[in-house]
Design a protein around this ligand. Sequence first.
Ligand SMILES: [Mn+2]
Length: 327
Amino acid sequence: MKNNGVDKVIEVFREKDDFLITAHVNPEGDSIGSQLAVRNILKKLGKKACIVDHDVVPDNLMFLPGAELVMKSLPADLAPGAAVVLDCPVKERVGRVSGGLERAPLVVNIDHHVSNEYFGDVNWVEPQASSVGEMLFRLAEKAEVEIDKDLAVIIYTAIVTDTGMFNYSNTSRETHRVAGELIRLGVDPKAVHGEIFEKRSLPEVRLLGRALTTLKVESGGKLAYMFLTRKMYGEEGVDSVSTDEFINYPRSIKGVEAALFFKEAGDPEGSVNVSFRSQGRINVNEVAATFGGGGHKQAAGCLLKGGIEEASKNVLAEVKKALEDAC
Ligand SMILES: [Mn+2]
């Protein structure tokens, strides 16, 4: 477990010429934003870089400069000098792109998850950082790479999404310093917010409605959870929508200590995405880890094989146990 730090990452960025960039499956603002930020920085250093992801970029992040360049499969002739893995606690979380990591002689792991397994040849992990975006701002400052408006918008998006709009406990004085700098560099917070959070599709809002009808509260009001099934997607005539915010509804109920959201995944089929949130009394990173996942103390996730009912039963039992021990 060696944390090499930002300087070593900058050294690799300067030394190698050709980079593969990737991040975790089921992408959101920080994983997309941090990949685009690394690409932007590498381009300014005169390097070649391509981004390959297991999933497509969510619609609400397509406004980000460079989002259209994210590829879904590895180019056949890809032979990168290094791979950069972002916002990813374990190597397996890159999904299908893991084949690309094997083709790279050097893997750089940049992350802020406390559960990070230091799987890179070079590791830079800062669990106290709000987002990988925030870390990359400091990298750009240190490397003296120009932070133009495009890069500022990309990093701001990573921060605003991973902090739940500066709401979560990972929001620090440093987070606000960076956000302030980004505004000075040209970010319009209202415009970015509008792009990310106020262009919901009708099916997305209706799917939230369907998920909310499954909402249950147990453990004497301390546990709230809900489901989203593939059948519900079918009923709304859509295949994928951004569901990042859904977990906030069970989480926001008065008295709830732990919130869970179970979502049947389309790819790989027959698997279930689980999101965990805690108000601080239980460590959901530990609970998610017992199911092969991880994340942060108050926000974590895992991917389970099998049907949603069976998957949820096991997870709910573990969370209830943790609640009994802690509360
Ligand atoms: Mn993140």
